[in-house]
Structure formats: structure tokens, C-alpha cells
Design a protein around this ligand. Structure first.
Ligand code: NAD
Length: 264
């Protein structure tokens, strides 16, 4: 039987209670890693991962809480002697045009998406620096690469995550630490449904789906596949990059000539 590709590795995943973070935690456990994770909301599925992958542990905590994350990392290193992977998937949707967005809403999104990412990586780096290896994987967005109507604080936070990640790659590369961001297109997760469940959004949801050249939204497991690549040795020479996983959303503007050409 083929050895599991992440056997002996230890991963820390934020936002592990739902969607992309949960799928990353599950995939890493499937690949043999010990997974520690956190989320502000408890998740019923955590127990299954904890029994599948002994040593794995999930806690309720906030990515804005640095001491809680430092404590989780310290306990993990005490128990397992290392930390190899961090995935920062905790995040929230939000936005509104600049003249109208409440200041508190701007701050909420920046705090969780950008400052939270910074704090999680800050907690994870010390053991990686000591062992001279590690893979930092931040979850940004295609909305961190280009504008969206009404995106404002969300896009600014995700653009910040993309550049923060490049800087981490620059600062820690000589210590053997790689850092890359994943930029998902629109992925059917609870966060996605919280934005699009409103009937008023139906027509916009269809238009957005149509811009994914594969003609569908993504699945969180497809993002976990990308995170697995960045966590594994297959990406040993990849750092400072954004891995865009968007079903072709950013490939170009689609007006529908494919129909005229008999391609749909
Ligand atoms: N779903 C998409 O279409 C999409 C597209 C691009 C980027 N993303 C990004 O992917 C990441 C994961 O999103 P998802 O779609 O899986 O959403 P999700 O809502 O399913 O999962 C996000 C998780 O983060 C947790 N979380 C929120 N605030 C937190 C905090 N302060 N501390 C700890 N945990 C917190 C939530 O409880 C939730 O479990 C987010 O950063 C999101 O911005 C999602």
C-alpha cells in the first residue's frame, strides 16, 4: 500500500469548522497528518477527524486571539515536536460601497480576514523557524486579485492577504519556509450560501456562475486538493505564489460566443 503523503506531518488549520477549512482538515487527516484546528463555531464532524487521526485536536477559538493561537501551537509542538503546515481559512464575507459601508463593518472584515491571518501565521512561524521548514498557506480570493462591485473591505482584506503572503515568502524563504496563497473563485460553502440565499441575488448568482468557464461553482474539496499540493513536497519549489482555483473565473470575460461556435 502507498504511504500516506502527509504521514509524520502536523498541520494547523483555522476556520476548520466549515467549508474550505473543514475540507482541508479532513483531506490532511486522510493523507496521514495530525491536524489541529480552530474555529469560532464548534463543528460536529471534528470528533470523526480526531478519531481517524490520533493526536488531532480542534478547539473553539477566534483568529483575532493571538494568545489562544500561541497556546494551541505550543501544546501541539509539546505533543508532536513540530509544526509543518498552517492553513488560514477563517474568514467572513462583507462589504458595501465606500461612501456607505459602516466603519464597524470595514473594521470587522479587516480584523478577521487580514489581521486574523497575520495573527495565525505569527503564532505558527516560531516552530517552523526552529525546524527550518514549513508551508504557510493562506486563503485569499479571486476578489483579492481584482475588483468586485461593492467588494471594498472584503477585496481590500484579500488583496492584503495576497501581498502579506508574498512578504512571508520573502522574509522566511532562507529558513526553508514556503508561503503561498490560494485564490478561490466562488465555492459552494455556508459562507457562499449566506451571501446568495436571498432571492434578490438569484440573477446575479447566475451571472457569476456563468463567468466560471467550467459553468459551475467550485466545491470545498477542490480547494483542499490545492492546499494539499501546497502542503506536500510536490510543491517544494513553489513559494510566493497565488494559486488561483477558480474554474476559469479570471481567465477572461465571457460573453457567450461559445454557443455560436457550438461549444456549449
Ligand atoms: N466560498 C467562497 O466562494 C470563497 C471564495 C473565495 C475565498 N473564500 C475564502 O475562503 C475562506 C473559507 O471560507 P468558506 O467559504 O469555507 O466559508 P465558511 O463560512 O464555510 O467557513 C469559514 C469558517 O471561518 C470561521 N470563522 C469566521 N470568523 C472566525 C474567527 N474570527 N475566528 C475563527 N474562525 C472564524 C467560521 O465560523 C467558519 O466556520 C474564507 O477566508 C473566505 O473568505 C471563500
Amino acid at each position: 500500500m502507498q504511504a500516506k503523503r502527509l504521514s509524520g506531518r502536523v498541520a494547523f488549520v483555522t476556520g476548520a469548522g466549515s467549508g474550505i477549512g473543514y475540507s482541508c482538515a479532513q483531506r490532511f487527516a486522510d493523507e496521514g497528518a495530525v491536524v489541529v484546528g480552530l474555529d469560532v463555531n464548534e463543528c460536529d464532524e471534528w470528533e470523526a477527524i480526531e478519531s481517524q487521526s490520533p493526536g488531532s485536536r480542534f478547539v473553539v477559538a477566534d483568529v483575532c486571539d493571538l494568545p489562544a493561537q500561541e497556546a494551541l501551537v505550543a501544546e501541539t509542538v509539546d505533543a508532536h515536536g513540530r509544526l509543518d503546515i498552517v492553513v488560514t481559512a477563517a474568514g467572513v464575507a462583507g462589504g458595501g460601497p465606500v461612501h456607505a459601508i459602516p466603519i464597524e463593518e470595514w473594521d470587522r472584515v479587516q480584523n478577521i480576514n487580514l489581521r486574523g491571518t497575520f495573527l495565525s501565521v505569527r503564532a505558527a512561524l516560531p516552530p517552523m523557524m526552529e525546524q527550518h521548514s514549513g508551508s504557510v498557506i493562506t486563503v485569499a480570493s479571486v476578489e483579492g486579485l481584482e475588483g468586485t462591485e461593492g467588494g471594498s473591505t472584503y477585496n481590500a482584506s484579500k488583496g492584503g492577504v495576497v501581498l502579506l503572503t508574498k512578504n512571508i515568502a520573502m522574509d522566511y524563504g532562507r529558513l526553508g519556509i514556503r508561503a503561498n496563497s490560494i485564490c478561490p473563485g466562488f465555492i459552494e460553502t455556508p459562507l457562499f450560501h449566506s451571501v446568495f440565499s436571498d432571492k434578490a441575488f438569484d440573477k446575479y448568482r447566475e451571472r457569476i456562475r456563468d463567468q466560471h468557464k467550467l459553468g459551475r461553482f467550485g466545491r470545498s474539496e477542490e480547494l483542499a486538493g490545492a492546499a494539499f499540493f501546497l502542503a506536500s513536497d510536490d510543491s517544494s519549489f513553489v513559494t510566493g505564489q497565488c494559486l488561483v482555483v477558480d474554474g476559469g473565473f479570471t481567465a477572461g470575460h465571457r460573453v457567450g460566443f461559445t454557443e455560436l461556435m457550438g461549444l456549449e
